[in-house]
Design a protein around this ligand. Structure first.
Ligand SMILES: [Zn+2]
Ligand SMILES: [Zn+2]
Length: 272
């Protein structure tokens, strides 16, 4: 975590001193887009919820790439990420939720502490009852990527950034990871606190349109809690504009790479 934060500081220093290079900016943007897309499409909508299936061609052409992109985000292996997120859905905003901002009442400092827990501190805690691959049926590729995640994602991504942009290339890759972390973590913390709701979901999830500009649609979070298996998070036309993960799945379907794409069923949704 310190190394990733240091990368962010170095990138800011490069900007302040005017020593930044376009190559490093391209590394930053490419890494941010790949990590964000990998997390929402590969880790969340595919590995965790099986919102769609890959066709025979897509299974070997696209699936390794999208899971590799998720590994670049330094958020753990796809199997572990899915297990933690499934626990979040099972116990949303209850005591056993791994990252809820709602489990401590009291004075402001207790609430601030709970916010910090939901945002980042939960990463340093043991999460009991995590069962990897509890609800999905992984094949050897998903198991392989999960077992070798450190080498494939953090080490592999760093070496690629080093080869392309030198040591500052690594720093700018880490800066992209830093931004990707905090935007993803804001889905855990902020979109259970502030925002608008379309659905009564029995929890305190919200949608935050602006945050989806940086999370590829992930922060349409109340919509997601209402219809967890849906590959599409957007429900209003203006939400489609920021549901970039859905655009990507839609495009992959047009190219014949994915099929059996699950979208919200009207009867499964309760408008508030
Ligand atoms: Zn949630
Ligand atoms: Zn989910």
């Amino acid at each position: 975590m310190l190394g990733i934060s240091a990368g962010f500081v170095i990138a800011i220093a490069d900007i302040c001193r005017g020593t930044w290079e376009w190559l490093h900016v391209i590394i930053f943007i490419a890494a941010f887009v790949m990590a964000g897309s990998g997390i929402t499409v590969g880790y969340h909508r595919y590995t965790t919820h099986r919102s769609f299936a890959f066709t025979a061609v897509g299974r070997w052409l696209v699936r390794p790439m999208i899971l590799f992109m998720g590994c670049l985000a330094w958020q753990g292996s796809p199997g572990r990420w899915a297990a933690i997120h499934q626990k979040h859905h099972r116990y949303t905003d209850d005591e056993e939720d791994p990252h809820s901002p709602h489990c401590r009442d009291g004075p402001w400092y207790r609430k601030l502490y709970q916010f910090m827990h939901a945002h980042v501190l939960w990463l340093f805690r043991d999460i009991p009852g995590i069962k990897i691959w509890d609800r999905s049926n992984p094949d050897w590729l998903e198991r392989f990527i999960t077992n070798w995640y450190i080498l494939i994602g953090p080490v592999g991504g760093s070496l690629i950034a080093l080869a392309i942009g030198g040591w500052h290339g690594i720093a700018w890759y880490y800066a992209a990871v830093f931004l990707s972390w905090h935007t993803t973590w804001s889905v855990n913390s902020v979109t259970h606190l502030v925002g608008y709701r379309h659905f009564k979901t029995g929890d305190q999830s919200t949608n935050l349109w602006l945050l989806s500009l940086l999370t590829f649609g992930e922060s349409l979070h109340n919509n997601h809690h209402a219809s967890q298996r849906s590959a599409r998070f957007a429900h209003r036309w203006w939400e489609y504009l920021v549901d970039v993960g859905w655009w990507e799945i839609w495009l992959l379907r047009c190219c014949g790479m994915v099929h059996q794409v699950y979208t919200p069923q009207k009867r499964s949704i309760v408008d508030s």
